[in-house]
Design a protein around this ligand. Sequence first.
Ligand code: HEM
Length: 204
Amino acid sequence: MGRYVERFSAFDRVVHWTLAVAFLVLVISGLGLFAHTFFGYFSFFGGPEQGILAHKIAGVVFLIASLLLFFAHAKDSCSFDSDDAKWFAAFGGYLSKNEKEIPQGKFNAGQKLFALFSFVAALVLGVTGFIIWDPTAMARGMTQFSLMLHGLFFILIMMGAVVHIYLATIGNPGTVDGMLWGQVKKVWAKKHASKWFKEVAGED
Ligand code: HEM
Protein backbone atom coordinates (compact mmCIF):
# COMPACT_ATOMS: atom_id res chain seq x y z
CA MET A 1 0.00 0.00 0.00
CA GLY A 2 1.70 3.19 -1.19
CA ARG A 3 1.25 6.74 0.00
CA TYR A 4 -0.16 7.89 -3.34
CA VAL A 5 -3.38 7.46 -5.31
CA GLU A 6 -3.86 7.90 -9.07
CA ARG A 7 -5.81 11.10 -9.89
CA PHE A 8 -5.25 12.17 -13.52
CA SER A 9 -4.30 10.17 -16.62
CA ALA A 10 -1.52 11.32 -18.99
CA PHE A 11 -4.29 12.36 -21.41
CA ASP A 12 -5.95 14.58 -18.76
CA ARG A 13 -2.64 16.23 -17.94
CA VAL A 14 -1.54 16.85 -21.54
CA VAL A 15 -4.97 18.36 -22.33
CA HIS A 16 -4.98 20.52 -19.16
CA TRP A 17 -1.47 21.94 -19.69
CA THR A 18 -2.11 22.49 -23.42
CA LEU A 19 -5.19 24.47 -22.35
CA ALA A 20 -3.19 26.43 -19.75
CA VAL A 21 -0.41 27.37 -22.24
CA ALA A 22 -2.99 28.34 -24.90
CA PHE A 23 -4.75 30.45 -22.23
CA LEU A 24 -1.51 32.28 -21.41
CA VAL A 25 -0.85 33.03 -25.11
CA LEU A 26 -4.46 34.20 -25.47
CA VAL A 27 -4.20 36.54 -22.48
CA ILE A 28 -0.91 38.14 -23.60
CA SER A 29 -1.92 38.54 -27.26
CA GLY A 30 -5.54 39.39 -26.31
CA LEU A 31 -4.50 42.22 -24.00
CA GLY A 32 -2.74 43.82 -26.98
CA LEU A 33 -6.12 43.82 -28.75
CA PHE A 34 -8.13 44.72 -25.65
CA ALA A 35 -6.59 48.09 -24.70
CA HIS A 36 -4.03 50.56 -26.06
CA THR A 37 -2.06 50.38 -22.80
CA PHE A 38 -1.13 46.78 -23.62
CA PHE A 39 -0.32 47.35 -27.29
CA GLY A 40 3.38 46.78 -26.50
CA TYR A 41 2.58 43.13 -25.63
CA PHE A 42 2.44 42.43 -29.38
CA SER A 43 6.24 42.75 -29.41
CA PHE A 44 6.37 39.32 -27.66
CA PHE A 45 5.09 37.91 -30.96
CA GLY A 46 7.08 40.10 -33.36
CA GLY A 47 4.34 42.66 -34.10
CA PRO A 48 0.53 43.14 -34.21
CA GLU A 49 -0.05 40.92 -37.24
CA GLN A 50 1.84 38.00 -35.72
CA GLY A 51 0.17 38.69 -32.34
CA ILE A 52 -3.28 38.43 -33.91
CA LEU A 53 -2.29 35.23 -35.73
CA ALA A 54 -1.00 33.75 -32.43
CA HIS A 55 -4.31 34.74 -30.78
CA LYS A 56 -6.31 32.93 -33.47
CA ILE A 57 -4.20 29.75 -33.34
CA ALA A 58 -4.20 29.69 -29.50
CA GLY A 59 -7.97 30.31 -29.58
CA VAL A 60 -8.61 27.19 -31.66
CA VAL A 61 -6.28 25.13 -29.43
CA PHE A 62 -7.98 26.50 -26.27
CA LEU A 63 -11.47 25.69 -27.57
CA ILE A 64 -10.55 22.10 -28.53
CA ALA A 65 -8.68 21.51 -25.24
CA SER A 66 -11.59 22.97 -23.21
CA LEU A 67 -14.06 20.61 -24.91
CA LEU A 68 -11.77 17.59 -24.36
CA LEU A 69 -11.13 18.47 -20.68
CA PHE A 70 -14.78 19.07 -19.97
CA PHE A 71 -16.00 15.83 -21.56
CA ALA A 72 -13.18 13.82 -19.96
CA HIS A 73 -14.43 14.96 -16.51
CA ALA A 74 -18.13 15.51 -17.24
CA LYS A 75 -19.20 12.54 -15.08
CA ASP A 76 -17.51 14.09 -12.03
CA SER A 77 -18.16 17.79 -12.79
CA CYS A 78 -21.85 17.61 -13.67
CA SER A 79 -23.24 15.59 -10.76
CA PHE A 80 -24.26 17.67 -7.76
CA ASP A 81 -25.62 16.15 -4.52
CA SER A 82 -26.60 17.26 -0.99
CA ASP A 83 -22.94 17.41 0.12
CA ASP A 84 -22.36 20.01 -2.60
CA ALA A 85 -25.24 22.07 -1.19
CA LYS A 86 -23.54 21.86 2.23
CA TRP A 87 -20.24 22.89 0.62
CA PHE A 88 -21.87 25.95 -0.98
CA ALA A 89 -23.65 26.84 2.29
CA ALA A 90 -20.30 26.79 4.13
CA PHE A 91 -18.54 28.45 1.15
CA GLY A 92 -16.12 25.54 1.08
CA GLY A 93 -14.96 26.44 4.59
CA TYR A 94 -12.65 29.06 3.05
CA LEU A 95 -14.06 31.84 5.22
CA SER A 96 -13.96 29.95 8.51
CA LYS A 97 -11.19 28.82 10.84
CA ASN A 98 -13.04 25.56 11.43
CA GLU A 99 -10.98 22.87 9.62
CA LYS A 100 -13.88 20.37 9.28
CA GLU A 101 -14.02 19.18 5.64
CA ILE A 102 -17.34 18.43 3.95
CA PRO A 103 -17.16 15.02 2.17
CA GLN A 104 -16.68 15.62 -1.57
CA GLY A 105 -16.35 13.54 -4.73
CA LYS A 106 -13.46 13.83 -7.19
CA PHE A 107 -14.04 17.59 -7.41
CA ASN A 108 -15.51 19.86 -4.77
CA ALA A 109 -18.64 21.89 -5.52
CA GLY A 110 -16.63 25.03 -6.33
CA GLN A 111 -14.43 23.14 -8.80
CA LYS A 112 -17.53 21.70 -10.46
CA LEU A 113 -18.93 25.20 -10.85
CA PHE A 114 -15.61 26.38 -12.30
CA ALA A 115 -15.51 23.42 -14.74
CA LEU A 116 -19.05 24.24 -15.96
CA PHE A 117 -18.34 27.96 -16.14
CA SER A 118 -15.03 27.57 -18.01
CA PHE A 119 -16.73 25.20 -20.49
CA VAL A 120 -19.52 27.73 -21.20
CA ALA A 121 -16.98 30.58 -21.33
CA ALA A 122 -14.78 28.65 -23.81
CA LEU A 123 -17.85 28.08 -26.02
CA VAL A 124 -18.89 31.75 -25.89
CA LEU A 125 -15.32 32.95 -26.49
CA GLY A 126 -14.91 30.41 -29.31
CA VAL A 127 -18.17 31.22 -31.12
CA THR A 128 -17.77 35.01 -30.76
CA GLY A 129 -14.09 34.63 -31.71
CA PHE A 130 -15.06 32.99 -35.02
CA ILE A 131 -17.61 35.75 -35.68
CA ILE A 132 -15.00 38.52 -35.16
CA TRP A 133 -12.22 36.48 -36.89
CA ASP A 134 -12.61 38.76 -39.91
CA PRO A 135 -14.35 41.90 -38.58
CA THR A 136 -15.75 42.76 -42.02
CA ALA A 137 -17.21 39.33 -42.79
CA MET A 138 -20.43 39.53 -40.75
CA ALA A 139 -23.16 42.13 -40.23
CA ARG A 140 -21.89 45.12 -38.23
CA GLY A 141 -24.37 44.67 -35.33
CA MET A 142 -23.48 40.99 -34.97
CA THR A 143 -19.74 41.77 -34.95
CA GLN A 144 -20.19 44.53 -32.35
CA PHE A 145 -22.33 42.32 -30.08
CA SER A 146 -19.78 39.49 -30.40
CA LEU A 147 -16.94 41.86 -29.54
CA MET A 148 -18.77 42.94 -26.39
CA LEU A 149 -19.48 39.33 -25.31
CA HIS A 150 -15.89 38.33 -26.13
CA GLY A 151 -14.53 41.11 -23.89
CA LEU A 152 -17.01 40.37 -21.10
CA PHE A 153 -16.22 36.63 -21.01
CA PHE A 154 -12.50 37.38 -21.19
CA ILE A 155 -12.82 39.40 -17.95
CA LEU A 156 -14.96 36.69 -16.29
CA ILE A 157 -12.71 33.76 -17.26
CA MET A 158 -9.65 35.76 -16.21
CA MET A 159 -11.14 36.27 -12.73
CA GLY A 160 -12.08 32.58 -12.55
CA ALA A 161 -8.60 31.49 -13.69
CA VAL A 162 -6.86 33.65 -11.05
CA VAL A 163 -8.96 32.07 -8.27
CA HIS A 164 -8.51 28.57 -9.81
CA ILE A 165 -4.71 28.89 -10.05
CA TYR A 166 -4.44 30.23 -6.49
CA LEU A 167 -6.64 27.46 -5.01
CA ALA A 168 -4.89 24.73 -7.04
CA THR A 169 -1.43 25.81 -5.82
CA ILE A 170 -0.74 28.03 -2.77
CA GLY A 171 -4.32 27.81 -1.43
CA ASN A 172 -4.37 24.00 -1.16
CA PRO A 173 -0.85 22.54 -1.04
CA GLY A 174 -0.49 19.13 -2.70
CA THR A 175 -3.28 19.73 -5.24
CA VAL A 176 -1.03 20.55 -8.19
CA ASP A 177 0.82 17.22 -7.76
CA GLY A 178 -2.08 15.40 -9.40
CA MET A 179 -1.97 17.61 -12.50
CA LEU A 180 1.86 17.43 -12.65
CA TRP A 181 2.62 13.78 -11.90
CA GLY A 182 -0.79 12.09 -12.09
CA GLN A 183 -0.88 11.13 -8.40
CA VAL A 184 -1.78 12.81 -5.12
CA LYS A 185 -0.94 11.85 -1.54
CA LYS A 186 -3.60 9.70 0.14
CA VAL A 187 -3.72 12.19 3.04
CA TRP A 188 -4.57 14.91 0.52
CA ALA A 189 -7.32 12.77 -1.03
CA LYS A 190 -8.84 11.93 2.39
CA LYS A 191 -8.90 15.62 3.31
CA HIS A 192 -10.15 17.13 0.04
CA ALA A 193 -12.08 14.38 -1.77
CA SER A 194 -13.00 11.73 0.81
CA LYS A 195 -15.92 10.21 -1.16
CA TRP A 196 -13.78 9.89 -4.30
CA PHE A 197 -10.90 8.41 -2.29
CA LYS A 198 -13.19 5.77 -0.77
CA GLU A 199 -14.46 4.91 -4.26
CA VAL A 200 -11.06 4.55 -5.96
CA ALA A 201 -8.93 3.23 -3.11
CA GLY A 202 -11.59 1.28 -1.23
CA GLU A 203 -10.19 2.75 2.01
CA ASP A 204 -11.68 5.16 4.54
C1 HEM B 1 -0.76 27.81 -14.11
C2 HEM B 1 -2.01 27.59 -14.41
C3 HEM B 1 -2.86 26.47 -13.84
C4 HEM B 1 -2.62 25.63 -12.79
C5 HEM B 1 -1.44 25.60 -11.84
C6 HEM B 1 -3.77 24.72 -12.72
C7 HEM B 1 -3.89 23.68 -11.83
C8 HEM B 1 -4.90 22.74 -11.84
C9 HEM B 1 -4.96 21.58 -10.99
C10 HEM B 1 -3.94 21.23 -9.93
C11 HEM B 1 -6.09 20.90 -11.28
C12 HEM B 1 -6.60 19.62 -10.60
C13 HEM B 1 -7.40 19.97 -9.37
C14 HEM B 1 -7.72 18.75 -8.56
O1 HEM B 1 -6.97 17.78 -8.56
O2 HEM B 1 -8.74 18.76 -7.87
C15 HEM B 1 -6.77 21.61 -12.33
C16 HEM B 1 -7.96 21.23 -12.91
C17 HEM B 1 -8.64 21.99 -13.83
N1 HEM B 1 -8.18 23.15 -14.44
FE1 HEM B 1 -6.42 24.10 -14.07
N2 HEM B 1 -4.65 25.05 -13.69
C18 HEM B 1 -4.14 26.10 -14.42
C19 HEM B 1 -4.75 26.76 -15.47
C20 HEM B 1 -6.04 26.52 -15.88
C21 HEM B 1 -6.78 27.35 -16.81
C22 HEM B 1 -6.22 28.62 -17.46
C23 HEM B 1 -8.01 26.80 -16.95
C24 HEM B 1 -9.19 27.25 -17.78
C25 HEM B 1 -9.41 28.46 -18.13
C26 HEM B 1 -8.05 25.61 -16.13
C27 HEM B 1 -9.13 24.75 -16.03
C28 HEM B 1 -9.18 23.61 -15.26
C29 HEM B 1 -10.33 22.74 -15.17
C30 HEM B 1 -11.65 22.91 -15.92
C31 HEM B 1 -9.99 21.72 -14.29
C32 HEM B 1 -10.89 20.54 -13.88
C33 HEM B 1 -11.36 20.63 -12.48
C34 HEM B 1 -11.86 21.93 -12.01
O3 HEM B 1 -12.92 22.37 -12.44
O4 HEM B 1 -11.18 22.58 -11.15
N3 HEM B 1 -6.84 25.47 -15.49
N4 HEM B 1 -6.01 22.73 -12.66
